[in-house]
Design a protein around this ligand. Structure first.
Ligand SMILES: C[S@@+](CC[C@H](N)C(=O)[O-])C[C@H]1O[C@@H](n2cnc3c(N)ncnc32)[C@H](O)[C@@H]1O
Length: 128
């Protein structure tokens, strides 16, 4: 039986360690995710996107006026990000402190709450 690694990870150009084709993602537009984040976070929010890829969601968020930090382990993906601070690292190696509007802080603990595909698709933490 074919494993997941046999089922994806093909395409032109660079393939990331998790099997994403950079050129494929660079051609994709967003599917409304930036507007959802914008509505939820409010104008001018700071957004941390884990597994940002090419900035498919990051770049529209920057255009909407958000400060975005985009984390991805693929430098080829991050080369497509525009106007955001980029961090080329594995999510598991990034230390994240979330500070809420009341000043309370919490440390993201990936051992307890490992990043899932969903959190990689968009934002793990939104701090105002
Ligand atoms: C399926 S792509 C999605 C990209 C982007 N979020 C989007 O929706 O267009 C997953 C991205 O997460 C990155 N990624 C996967 N696992 C990662 C990890 N452990 N640390 C950092 N980046 C990771 C990959 O390099 C890839 O760019």
């Amino acid at each position: 039986m074919a494993g997941i690694s046999d089922a994806y990870g093909t395409g032109p150009g660079v393939i990331t360690p998790d099997g994403c084709a950079v050129e494929f993602y660079a051609r994709l537009s967003d599917f409304g995710e930036p507007a959802i984040v914008h509505d939820a976070a409010g104008a001018g929010a700071s957004v941390l996107e884990l597994g940002s890829g090419t900035g498919r969601i990051t770049n529209p968020l920057v255009a909407l006026g958000h400060r975005v930090v985009a984390v991805d382990e693929s430098p080829e993906m991050l080369a497509h990000v525009r106007g955001a601070q980029t961090v080329c690292a594995r999510i598991e190696d990034v230390s994240v402190t979330v500070i809420d509007a009341n000043g309370a802080s919490a440390q993201a603990d990936w051992a307890v709450d490992p990043p899932t595909m969903a959190t990689m698709v968009i934002a793990a933490a939104i701090a105002r």
